[in-house]
Design a protein around this ligand. Structure first.
Ligand code: GLN
Length: 544
């Protein structure tokens, strides 16, 4: 492990890095993911990125797909220096057309769009005139392979210096390679799972053609990131950060603790709308379990006091909770800073920890088209600028599954590593209507039973998010021979891979029966349980 004095070095300077230049395809980020699954480090930048502005040198460049046509007057084009840099290039779909355009302006609209599955025939050249390297992209792959296509434009002819390495019945230039330089283009998408051998093709490019090392592992990342944090923060620097009990903030906090010990101050704000016993459990896990220097602030009364009487607008609830959170966090930060300053340990608190992940970074930099302005990243998470803190984002290079792997590596319990997402406004947005202490009690108890049963049935990891919501209506029931008029709990459980679309989870009847019986029997104030069978869209995952 590096020492405290080393320079802060980002991963692209220590790991061999494949640069994905994004032309706006919805799959661009998947290229980066697939490469990292192969233990090759990869980053994505907008297609307009100038190589000379980078402080590092990529081992290879991949040009992504995109919704434009290269022959449009305002179509995006890659920095021509990419072709002079000597690095291997792989163009995918638009990327192939971009290479062809660069070398021969030979792309036009096809008569037929090609969308979906296609059969590809690989053409091998051996060691002949073209040189053996043109075969490397498809080495080890079957001669006939299934691929996934999504294009309308086509190459009219091969650009000078290239040979065809693959064809489909509709696309005579479905794969091309340059005879002397390591330039390759493919019309299909190797990054999607519908191209079963796509990952091997990406490996052929990254490992065999670009010669990138396959050393991107979480173990190595941890060591480097800890060294980087130490160098960044210095020997006295102090960092503060909010934790929620969720996987991202816990992993970020544990990493800080490993790097700078108690000079990292974690703050958990109990807003009164956390889940049953959550504040207590998070405190136990983070302090006793993980050794994190944590301050828990119980501000339940302040939050619940401000939520009183808010019945109409869910947005208002979110705002109240968000603003109160900032207020409490700031007060706490001031207090911690004052204490830290007085103690011998320290300098001032200069840094704010933020659990930003790579998809947020990608979202803020991805290429949105010739006229779209690139959004700046919401980096301070709503915290006011006058706090004057510099940001530290140790997870900003990682995808969610990498964060989980890192969490496991850092000894964070399984339960927490795989925890379902939980919204900032907590169960306040799962209590439709007014949030009162009594409504919080009911929603919490019902939710706890539901999650307990999901875990007991071994279904927790199959479900992406599950919770109980309290509906602000009363229904009639008979309990103990007495007519009751009580509230309704709605259960929601969804499966999704990206939270953009989701489907409700198909529990079996016996499971639902058990949960419903327990909730009605054990939670005072509930006489009915319903199951939400709305997909997203049109529903959202949360109810408010
Ligand atoms: N617009 C180009 C075409 O239709 C590229 C499409 C893509 O990259 N998916 O051929």
């Amino acid at each position: 492990m590096a020492t405290d004095g080393s320079d802060p070095v980002p991963p692209n300077q220590t790991f061999d890095t494949i640069l994905v230049l994004d032309f706006g395809s919805q799959y661009s980020h998947l290229i980066t993911r697939r490469l990292r699954e192969l233990n090759v480090y990869s980053e994505m930048l907008p297609c307009t990125q100038k190589l000379s502005d980078l402080s590092w040198k990529p081992k290879g460049v991949i040009l992504s797909g995109g919704p434009y046509s290269v022959y449009w007057p305002d179509a995006p084009h890659v920095d021509p220096a990419v072709f002079e840099s000597g690095v291997p290039i792989l163009g995918i779909c638009y990327g192939l057309q971009e290479i062809a355009w660069h070398f021969g302006k030979n792309v036009l609209a096809g008569e037929k769009r090609e969308y979906g599955h296609a059969y590809l025939k690989v053409e091998r050249h051996g060691d002949g005139e073209a040189g053996g390297h043109v075969d490397t992209l498809f080495q080890g792959l079957e001669d006939d392979m299934e691929v996934w296509m999504s294009h309308g434009d086509k190459l009219s002819h091969l650009p000078d210096g290239f040979v065809t390495v693959a064809t489909t019945s509709n696309a005579p230039f479905a794969g091309m390679a340059h005879k002397s330089s390591k330039y390759y283009g493919i019309q299909f998408h190797p990054e999607v799972t519908h191209t079963p051998q796509g990952k091997t093709l990406l490996k052929n490019f990254a490992v065999d053609i670009c010669q990138a090392r396959t050393d991107w592992t979480m173990g190595k990342f941890v060591d480097q990131e800890i060294a980087r944090i130490r160098a960044l923060v210095g020997e006295k620097g102090q960092v503060i950060g909010a934790v929620s009990g969720g996987v991202d903030s816990t992993v970020a906090a544990k990493l800080m603790q490993e790097a700078i010990g108690s000079r990292f101050h974690a703050v958990l704000v109990d807003n009164g709308v956390l889940r049953l016993n959550e504040a207590k459990q998070v405190k136990e896990t983070l302090t006793a379990g993980l050794g994190i220097n944590l301050t828990v602030i119980d501000a339940s009364d302040r939050f619940l006091g401000r939520l009183k009487g808010v019945t109409d607008d869910p947005e208002k609830k979110r705002k109240i909770i968000g603003n109160t959170f900032i207020e409490v966090f700031q007060e706490t930060a001031k207090q911690i800073a004052a204490d830290a300053h007085d103690s011998e340990r320290a300098g001032d608190i200069e840094w704010l920890l933020q659990g930003t992940l790579y998809p947020d970074v990608i979202e803020s930099i991805s290429f949105k088209g010739p006229s779209a302005t690139i959004k700046t990243h919401h980096n301070v998470g709503g915290l006011p600028k006058d706090m004057n803190l510099k940001l530290i984002e140790p997870l900003r290079e990682l995808f969610k599954d990498e964060v989980r792997e890192l969490g496991t590596k850092l000894g964070i319990p399984e339960d927490l590593v795989w925890r379902h997402p939980f919204p900032g406004p907590g169960i306040a947005i799962r209590i439709l209507g007014e949030v009162t202490p009594e409504q919080v009690r009911i929603a919490r108890e019902a939710d706890n039973i539901f999650i307990e049963e999901i875990k007991a049935a071994g279904l927790y990891r199959n479900i992406s998010q599950a919770f109980a919501a309290l509906l602000p209506v009363k229904a009639v029931g008979v309990m103990g021979d007495k007519r009751v008029h009580d509230q309704v709990i709605a259960l929601r459980a969804v499966e999704t891979s990206d939270f953009m679309t989701a489907d409700w989870y198909p529990f079996d009847g016996a499971f639902l029966k058990k949960v419903s019986r327990r909730i009605v029997n054990e939670v005072n104030g509930v006489c009915r349980v319903v199951y939400d069978i709305t997909s997203k869209p049109p529903g959202t995952i949360e109810m408010e």
